[in-house]
Design a protein around this ligand. Structure first.
Ligand SMILES: O=C1O[C@H](COP(=O)(O)O)[C@@H](O)[C@H](O)[C@H]1O
Length: 343
């Protein structure tokens, strides 16, 4: 492994992380909805692009062949037309609005602490075109959605249920099939079919390509539900989604999108905060040869990776810190107070 240094944006406090991450997400949204072909120009980062999806194979339900996809989508999409102009989005001219209508912003969300960051950063903004979002999950813990450990459940309670959908539209949300939580392999295969339907379209593709893949990183080094030393999962290069059993922390049964899927995204962004994360961040940044999952992604998606980290998580970490420059031109009057979180 070569030493690849990602962009690391440092922040004095949590609130700063939340606002910067929101700006970064909205910028990715605007790029995805307005640019054809997709370009990373002006993102403040590298202009390298993901590997080309020239191969026309999709993984089958077992991750090894071409399987027919027949199950109806489990996504919830309550159609709601939404005007970009009314939303406060700035930038796209009227000639581009037709294109915008046809496109969706495809984002993968992790669970854990990221959800609170997005809650604080995104809900108060008026330029989030929620109705144009296709939301997938980087991983899921196989627990009922009502559990406080469910990534989809928490996202629903802390973000999705709080969106003013009459104004901003309703995102399409692609979550696991809750009836399969007792069968990790079946659940992973089923979620992979969801991805194939969402990304393969009429043709088929080698890998899905998210506009933005948001990741956290736990103190033990796991990202999504890819754990250090689970080498079979970390090396998986056919399946898009893998089952995880015997996870060493949190719920033991999970499913996770794989490293090739993560690395194929247009942008991969880590959001990490808190002093408990400092040791693992140090290892990731200073000892990439240890092969922690984040280091694999730093290398595999080199030039498209950004880290948003608070100072506590960067304690004693030798890395070049950058100051985040806000990219979306939003004046303060467009930001409304965050809605209350239901108990
Ligand atoms: O178990 C999980 O943990 C990771 C990291 O969570 P954090 O709270 O330490 O940020 C999370 O990204 C993943 O989605 C989740 O299932």
């Amino acid at each position: 492994m070569t030493t690849t240094v990602p962009r690391v944006f440092a922040f004095h406090e949590f609130a700063g992380v939340a606002e910067a991450v929101a700006d970064h997400v909205v910028h990715a949204q605007n790029l995805a909805l307005s640019k054809e072909p997709y370009s990373l120009k002006n993102t403040g980062g590298s202009n390298s692009t993901p590997a080309n999806s020239s191969s026309l194979n999709v993984p089958g339900s077992n991750g090894t062949g071409n399987a027919p996809v027949s199950r109806q989508s489990s996504s919830r999409s309550i159609g709601h037309s939404h005007s970009a102009a009314a939303s406060g989005l700035r930038g796209p001219s009227s000639s581009k609005l037709k294109k915008i209508k046809e496109k969706q912003f495809k984002i993968a969300l992790s669970g854990g602490s990221l959800i609170q960051v997005l809650h604080e950063g995104l809900l108060k903004r008026q330029d989030v075109l929620w109705g144009k979002w296709d939301i997938y999950f980087a991983d899921e813990r196989l627990v009922p959605f009502e559990s406080s450990e469910s990534n989809f459940g928490n996202t629903k309670r802390k973000i999705l249920d709080l969106i003013d959908t009459r104004t901003y539209g309703t995102p399409r949300v692609y979550h696991i099939n809750e009836s399969l939580i007792n069968d990790p392999q079946e659940c992973a295969d089923d979620y992979e079919k969801e991805l194939i339907k969402g990304f393969a379209g009429r043709d088929s593709v080698k890998l899905p390509m998210f506009d933005l893949f948001l990741l956290g990183c736990a103190p033990d080094g796991h990202i999504a539900s890819l754990f250090p030393n689970f080498s079979e999962n970390l090396r998986e290069n056919l399946a898009w989604v893998v089952p995880v059993t015997n996870a060493p922390s949190g719920p033991s049964n999970r499913i996770s999108l794989t490293i090739p899927v993560i690395c194929h995204s247009h942008q991969v962004t880590f959001v990490v905060e808190g002093a408990t994360k400092a040791p693992v961040v140090k290892t990731i940044m200073e000892r990439p040869e240890k092969g922690l999952p984040s280091s694999i992604v730093n290398e595999g998606a080199a030039g498209r990776v950004a880290w948003f980290v608070d100072d506590d998580a960067l304690t004693d970490v030798q890395v070049t810190k950058k100051k985040y420059k806000f990219l979306v031109n939003t004046d303060a009057s467009q930001i409304s107070p965050s809605p209350p979180v239901p108990e």
